[in-house]
Design a binder for this molecule. Structure first.
Ligand SMILES: [Zn+2]
Ligand SMILES: [Zn+2]
Length: 464
């Protein structure tokens, strides 16, 4: 059983430290220089932007805000889209438990359960959950549809798109996966844990294909460290898991959405190879994958970027995010009708297509859509059973069919850069749905299932 939180020296506050800590935390939310005085009242030197933050790593007493140390100095504060303080009052870190929405029975409402907080072992980090977002894979897991592809160990904490702020750090966690310093209060996203020993991990650097990879949403919460899923008050980043500090300009909800769908698209576009002004590209699907892929591909400037999907509000967003044409599957309900519509735009068909819908039959349809010598990147189909195709259509037309599965820390990092650098162009909030707390995560899943929301948001501060 893990030790209680008080045993961690990094998170124990002294009363005299709190005024300074609170000042620093408030300033962090306002992005400005702030003078932080100690309890002795001694004023520090004037601000020095080059010195950047002097907010010390260390102590804090509230799980609802970033914990900072008993510092004296000037801090160049960072703007963060942080949530407001907990409506139900702050939960002191002396608490030894946290709550989570737990999947115990498929397709039943998630149950709120309480677990002891783990103390981070070396290489591990404990975070307070800032935000989560819901993914189509969560729906598949919730409804018990991934049983053929994966072992699903119930009970588990659902959700795998999340951002947390660090509240306790195990030894050796001072840097993220790309060398950025980490400290208490920093927001991070994190990945699954590949084995780092198999040929796929070490020789081919294809860690998302590692057969020994521990994927957080597919691990039981029955035993420590419990907090491996998104829809919880806390999260545990295991040793060996890639982790990245979220840039200050990137809202937690954006980073959360980017931690799965966007990184998947970043890798898929990379695997597709060159895309330029002379290309026509088809995106099958107007969900989070299709929309993020549209945004990325539009920055490559293809001659035609055609999104096939539904409903209309998603196609409208696709056009806002760079689609030159959209084809509604409601107005074109058959593969033949969609093929004709695409050919009327492109002539012989696109040079490149992405399967990002996961819809039954989408793959077989895509093979026909792509023109001879074209490339077809298959991403969205993670289940759904066999589809009938004629392999000679691939051979005689010289198609390159490429599978792409998720993405690891390298594309996570690029996804965060994309979110930050293109935030004015794409307005990432447009993809987000309503906010749901622990008590009604199931409602969010149902909203996603009904397609009334593209990406519902989990907000652990919402009381129910
Ligand atoms: Zn996902
Ligand atoms: Zn491996």
């Amino acid at each position: 059983m893990p030790e209680p939180m008080e045993s961690s020296a990094t998170i124990v506050a002294t009363p005299s430290a709190m005024p300074s800590a609170v000042a620093a935390v408030r300033a962090l939310r306002r992005r400005r220089f702030v003078r932080i005085s100690s309890s002795t009242g001694a004023d520090p030197d004037p601000p020095d932007p080059a010195a950047s933050s002097r907010v010390a790593r260390g102590t804090g007493a509230c799980a609802s805000g970033p914990a900072v140390g008993p510092v004296v100095g000037w801090a160049f504060t960072r703007r963060r889209r942080r949530r407001p303080p907990c409506p139900g009052g702050h939960r002191p870190l002396s608490v030894q438990t946290g709550r989570a929405a737990v999947l115990e029975t498929y397709h039943e409402p998630l149950a709120i359960r309480e677990f002891p907080l783990p103390e981070p072992e070396p290489g591990a980090i404990l975070v307070r959950m800032e935000a989560g977002t819901m993914c189509g894979s969560d729906l598949h897991i919730w409804r018990g549809e991934l049983g053929k592809s994966y072992t699903i160990p119930l009970p588990l904490i659902l959700g795998h798109e999340m951002v947390g702020s660090i509240i306790a750090m195990g030894a050796g966690t001072d840097l993220d996966s790309v060398g950025t310093p980490l400290t208490i209060g920093d927001r991070i996203i994190w990945a699954g844990v590949p084995c780092h020993h198999c040929e796929l991990c070490t020789v081919e650097h294809a860690t998302t294909l590692c057969a020994n990879r521990q994927m957080a949403p597919l691990r039981s919460c029955a035993g420590p460290p419990h907090f491996l899923g998104a829809f919880a008050e806390y999260g545990y980043i295991s040793p060996g898991a890639g982790r990245l500090r979220v840039p200050d300009e990137v809202a937690s909800e954006w980073a959360s959405a980017g931690s799965c769908a966007l990184r998947t698209c970043v890798q898929a576009v990379e695997k597709a190879g060159r895309v330029d002004f002379n290309d026509s590209v088809v995106v099958q699907g107007a969900g989070p994958l299709g929309l993020f892929a549209t945004a990325i591909l539009s920055t490559h400037g293809p001659r035609q970027l055609i999104v096939v999907g539904a409903p209309d509000d998603r196609l409208e967003l696709a056009r806002e995010w760079g689609a030159t044409h959209t084809i509604s599957i409601q107005e074109h309900p058959t593969p033949e009708a969609r093929l004709e519509a695409i050919r009327s735009i492109t002539g012989g068909g696109p040079r490149l297509a992405f399967e990002l819908s996961g819809a039954p039959g989408a793959f077989a349809e895509g093979v026909e859509i792509v023109r001879a010598n074209g490339r077809y990147v298959v991403v969205g189909t993670l289940g759904g059973g066999p589809q009938s195709i004629d392999p000679s259509r691939i051979v005689t037309r010289g198609l390159s069919v490429i599978g792409s599965m998720s993405g690891d820390t390298d594309v996570y990092s690029k996804a965060l850069v994309f979110l930050r650098d293109h935030r004015d162009r794409f307005g990432w909030d447009r993809m987000l749905g309503n906010r749901y707390g622990l008590h009604n995560v199931t409602e969010g899943l149902e909203a996603m299932l009904s397609m009334s929301e593209i990406k519902p948001v989990f907000d652990p501060t919402l009381a129910g």
